[in-house]
Design a protein around this ligand. Sequence first.
Ligand code: MG
Length: 385
Amino acid sequence: MMRVSLLGSTGSIGTSTLDVLAGLPERFEVECLSAGSNIDLLCDQVKRFRPKRVCVGEEYAKEAGERNELKGLELLHGPDGLIALATDSRVDLVINGLVAGAGLRPTLAAVEAGRDVAIANKETLVVAGHLVTELAARNGVRLIPLDSELTPLWQNLQGVSPQQVTRIVLSASGGPFFDMSLDEMARATPEEALRHPTWRMGPKITIDSATLMNKGFEVIESRWFLGLDIEQIDVVIHRQSIVHCLVEFLDGSLTAHLSHPDMRLPIQQALTHPERLPTPVPSLDLVSTGSLSFHAPDLERFPCLALAYEVCREGGTAAAVLNAANEIGVYAFLAGRIGFLDVPDVVRRTLDAHVNASGANLDAVFEADRWGREKAREIVAGLNR
Ligand code: MG
């Protein structure tokens, strides 16, 4: 029996993960759940999965404390509560489905405490990939990607000698603005940007998908999860979201991973690896799927992808600044304060103003994160409409 602590249980990754865990009751036991603000859903989950500890966002501690469904449980709150859930001594696996910047510290704490971590929170490895992977190696901890492209890549590369692999390819749906002109993109509203063609996800990652920053994050993550050189990682636009990733070998052949776009599949693959078990995801009928198309990403209309490659080549604290500025830019766009194309602009200008610190330790990373947010806020204020 594997005991899990699920951070971010009411988000899109969290709810899909619980669907998977519910289907494998003989293998998994839910020890801890954390939710930010959705206390109603957390209460439903508690009734269903009977965890021993739960954590809620700081501002929701009072509301949660008054709920009958949570009586008798250990109720924690805020960032310290998340750390407690990430380091719980009864837990074998921590699943990090937290949103954005909230994800790094709990991952670090879990790795330090010797817990394996399944990571859906992209920002963790984007901001501090070099530190997290080093710490994991030192503590003998497994880091498992939870993502529709990275999980199958990670699984397909287990046991494969790195010398045999020349390149990997991540596919991206291209988001809702794939064929829009720059003028149209400049006028795009948050509602339009939130209309993702194939995946249903939370607002932050959906905007990141529309700008292709999400794919840029996955490029950076691939480097750390898979130990690849940045020049070995390619991205292709694939509108149907059927081919999720490809591996190219030394002999020039490629293997592709195909499935219906359903997060329950990569989540289950990550959690039961190296075993493969049945899932509720239907088998893929290639004939009715029809034709599959592939396009090169347009880096002029989607500069976030190019910025991700740039910070990866640069190293140091550049990726932490990229992430910080992006988060400020995305939430400013969602709040209607800046335009869609201002998001990459805010990131670009913040990076231009940044003085990189090479050999970045954790303090330098947190300082770069703080500085990046402050600088990006200043740039957003200058753009305010
Ligand atoms: Mg993905």
